[in-house]
Every structure is written in structure tokens, then in C-alpha cells.
Design a protein around this ligand. Structure first.
Ligand SMILES: Cc1ncc(COP(=O)(O)O)c(C=O)c1O
Length: 463
């Protein structure tokens, strides 16, 4: 590790960090980053890390794109902000809405801007309630989601999916949530069940859940094309068509959450396109601005937007808005992202890179700790387990949070950031990564895996 600059003395215990151990935060300084360079992020000591998860799957164009910085600063000097509401908007917001509608995986789309993935999904629920109220379906307030998926941190979005920690103690899920199984194929298959039987069972579970809730009370189902939070299981063949058939039978809408999968992650602009989904709405955030500025958008089909129009016609206005819903600087960055995608052929780059990425994942399978892999576009999940099974021989420090957490911690030492989930680590590097950088990522990851393996061996010997 190169120590180039002394860390600052700013206290960290004044800060309340999400998804963190708050007690640890009071006594131990968190990792503090200062700069970014391409796919690398550099901490206050000058140590670099490959951000193999694009931080929160969002730094799709890396951490130092001059064009994005320039677009933001130009907009800051031209018109730094002006709310888009009250029959007023600004040129970048108008232009971005038009461009997004043109590339949306929904015909004749309408676009509503917000700031984060959580906010856009929260608005989605709010809009669904509003629209259904004015479409004489006021009872259709419930929304189906898949257990373990992640759709945001607001009250309503945390209630959709989520692990038990996201629900317990937060008085969630709310009464409008209906939670069904995630299509974790083949892990969640029952003995002897093939893909067709598995997807039939899940479709039946969905239908039963809707029947139990009362079909007239269910408005929509929200789903990611591939959920990273659930361990990145690409859905088995037939899953979405069967889900869609059930939803159509009951007049329930499909809301696709492309907060992670949108903007090139699949090698297509939208995973909906790649997978042939027919969503009523698409939620996007993160990659829409490369996460350089908070920006999110709800892209709506005609029917969904038409219900909002009807409400507005009835009341004389659409009683919803917000200061930063359509921020000038965010929109300017969003426009630059679209321009960069086209000019630098980001989708072509990702498509060319995917086979190389997959070969790297295949190579990782040779490591004694890696027991399986999954992939979708420029994403990958590696299952990890100790040879011989179980994590019994692990040192206490290794066992906290399981093996994947140990790989994450070792990764930090070796200059790579991966995402630990139950039994696997997930990676989704910036889309601008090169073949040479994938090699370097693999080298650092292998070093981390080797270290965990060696540590577990030492413990086994000592027992
Ligand atoms: C699929 C999905 N939807 C929504 C969100 C929430 O987005 P945000 O963190 O911008 O609020 C996330 C965040 O990771 C996500 O993965």
C-alpha cells in the first residue's frame, strides 16, 4: 500500500452512514475516498481500488469523465437550477425528456423526472394510486414484488421486496405489499423440478397471491429484469412470459425496475429490450447520469400516463411536484451521457467486452473457493464456499457476515471492491472497463480469494 498523503483528521462519528454498523462507525474510521480515475477510486491515503461494482452499480462511465464534468459545469454557469413544475421547465429537461422517450422500451412514452431510484419507485406507487383513483379503480392499491429484491429506501419502496432486516423494526412491509418468490433458478428449484415446472410453480404462486389479496385490489407488479440484490439470477426461460400472462389475466400492470440494468448494463440500452419484456412503466436512475448528478426518470406508457391526465383533467392540475424533479444540471449531464453512449459506442464496447468478461468469470471457477458463477451482460456473480463445505472452520473474523464478506474485506486489502451477498460476490464494473483492466481486476480478485483461502487453512490447522 502506498501512503502518499496523511488522512485528514475530520471526525467520522458525526456522520450517520446508511447500510453501516453504527457502533463501528463511532469507533473506527470508515473508508474515505478522495478522487477517482476511470474505473479506479482512490482513498485518502492514496491507495487505489478497482470499483468492480461501479460503487452502487452506477458509475457506468467511471469516476473521471471530463465531458460529464464539463457538461455539469457549463450548465451550472448557464442556469444552475430551476424547478420543472407549474407549467414551467428548462431547456435541458425538455430535451432530455424527448430523447429518453425516443429511446424508451415503451412506445409513445411520457417521462417524469426525479432524483433517485428510490424516489422514482416511490413516485411510481403514488402515481399508480392516483391514476387508479381517477380510472374508477381506487381499490387497486396493492403492488406485487419479489422477496429479496431491492427497489429503494423510502417507506414504500423498502416495503417492496427486501430482506428481513429492511423490514423488521421499520414496521414494514406495508399493507399494500404482496411478496412472492424470486426466480432464483436453479437454486430455488425443488428436487426434480425442471425450468418449465419451476416457472409454472412461480406463476401459480403469483396467481394465488393475487387471488388471496383480491385481484380487484392489485394494481401492479414491480420487477427487475435481473435482480442483483437477489444474487443476480437471470430468470429462467419462460418466467416473464408466464408472469405477464398472469398479470394480464387480472388486469395488473408490469412495472420494470431498470435502475441497475438500464443504460447499457446488459449490452443493450435496456434489459427489457434484451429480454423482450413489455413494461407499462420503466424506472431508471444511476446510469442515466453515470451517477454524476442525482437523476432518475419514470418512463410511462400511454395508458398509465393517460390515467394521470384524467386525474389532472378532473382536478384541474396534477398535484405533485418537487424542487429537484427535473434539475437543470442533472439533465445536462443526462444529455451528455446519451451523447457519449452514441459517440463512443458504449453499447458496442460492452457487447464486444462481454465474451472477455465471461471468460474471466470462467477462469475464476478454477479457484478452490469459487463454486459457481452467473452472468448477465457486464455483470457477474461468483458463488463462494470453503472447500469441503460449510464455514465451520473459519476464524471468527472470517465468519462474521460469511465467506463473501471475508472476500470483500480481503478485496479491500488487495485494491478491489466487490459486493458481498449471501453466499456470493457480485461484480458490475464501469461499462468503460477495458480488457487489460478486466485482467487486473481478476488478478486482484484472485489475490483476495487466495488470502481468504490461506486464512481459512491456518484456522483449520489450528483446530
Ligand atoms: C433495482 C434498484 N432499484 C432502486 C434502487 C434505489 O436507487 P437509489 O439508491 O438511487 O435510491 C436501487 C439501488 O441500488 C436498485 O438496485
Amino acid at each position: 500500500m502506498t501512503l502518499r498523503v496523511a488522512p485528514t483528521n475530520h471526525r467520522a462519528d458525526r456522520l450517520l452512514l446508511g447500510f453501516s454498523d453504527l457502533r463501528r462507525l463511532r469507533s473506527e474510521r470508515p473508508l474515505v475516498f478522495e478522487r477517482g480515475r476511470g474505473i479506479f477510486i482512490i482513498d485518502e491515503r492514496g491507495k487505489d481500488y478497482i470499483e468492480a461494482v461501479s460503487s452502487f452499480y452506477c458509475a457506468t462511465l467511471g469516476f473521471s469523465d471530463e465531458e460529464l464534468a464539463e457538461a455539469a459545469s457549463r450548465q451550472l454557469r448557464t442556469l444552475p437550477m430551476y424547478p420543472s413544475a407549474i407549467h414551467r421547465t428548462t431547456t435541458p429537461v425538455l430535451e432530455l425528456a424527448e430523447k429518453l422517450a425516443a429511446i424508451a422500451p415503451i412506445p409513445n412514452a411520457r417521462v417524469h423526472f426525479s432524483t433517485t431510484g428510490s424516489e422514482v419507485n416511490d413516485h411510481l406507487i403514488k402515481f399508480m394510486w392516483y391514476g387508479n383513483h381517477f380510472a374508477d379503480e381506487p381499490l387497486r392499491r396493492k403492488i406485487v414484488s419479489r422477496l429479496g429484491s431491492y427497489h429503494g429506501s423510502t417507506i414504500a419502496t423498502a416495503a417492496l421486496g427486501g430482506g428481513s432486516d429492511l423490514h423488521a423494526s421499520f414496521a414494514l412491509p406495508m399493507q399494500e405489499s404482496i411478496l412472492v418468490s424470486h426466480p432464483a433458478w436453479p437454486k430455488a428449484a425443488e428436487p426434480g423440478e425442471d425450468e418449465a415446472a419451476f416457472t409454472d410453480r412461480l406463476a401459480l404462486e403469483l396467481a394465488r397471491a393475487i387471488e388471496a389479496a383480491g385481484p380487484e385490489t392489485v394494481g401492479g407488479m414491480i420487477a427487475e429484469p435481473v435482480s442483483v440484490s437477489c444474487g443476480m439470477f437471470p430468470p429462467p426461460e419462460g418466467y416473464f412470459p408466464k408472469v405477464k400472462a398472469v398479470l394480464d389475466r387480472y388486469g395488473i400492470r408490469l412495472f420494470v425496475d431498470e435502475v441497475v440494468t438500464g443504460f447499457g448494463r446488459s449490452g443493450h440500452m435496456w434489459a427489457s429490450e434484451a429480454m423482450g419484456l413489455e413494461p407499462d412503466t420503466v424506472s431508471c436512475a444511476k446510469g442515466i447520469s453515470g451517477a454524476y448528478m442525482p437523476l432518475a426518470a419514470l418512463i410511462m406508457g400511454e395508458e398509465f400516463a393517460g390515467r394521470l391526465e384524467r386525474g389532472s383533467d378532473t382536478k384541474g392540475w396534477f398535484a405533485h411536484g418537487g424542487t429537484h424533479q427535473g434539475h437543470t444540471v442533472s439533465a445536462a449531464v443526462g444529455l451528455k451521457v446519451l451523447e457519449i453512449f452514441e459517440r463512443r459506442d458504449i453499447l458496442g464496447h460492452v457487447q464486444r467486452l462481454i465474451p472477455y468478461w465471461n471468460r474471466m468469470l470462467d477462469r475464476m471457477m478454477a479457484h478452490p473457493l469459487v463454486t459457481g458463477s452467473r452472468r448477465f451482460g457486464l455483470m457477474g456473480a461468483l458463488e463462494v464456499a470453503l472447500p469441503g463445505g460449510g464455514e465451520k472452520g473459519m476464524a471468527a473474523s472470517l465468519a462474521v457476515g460469511g465467506l463473501s464478506k471475508a472476500v470483500y474485506e480481503a478485496g479491500l486489502e488487495h485494491g478491489i471492491i466487490v459486493r458481498p451477498l449471501a453466499g456470493c460476490i457480485v461484480m458490475a464494473p464501469p461499462l468503460i472497463i477495458t480488457e487489460a483492466e478486466i485482467d487486473e481486476l481478476a488478478r486482484r480478485l484472485e489475490a483476495a480469494l487466495d488470502q481468504v483461502l490461506a486464512d481459512s487453512g491456518k484456522v483449520a490447522e489450528a483446530v
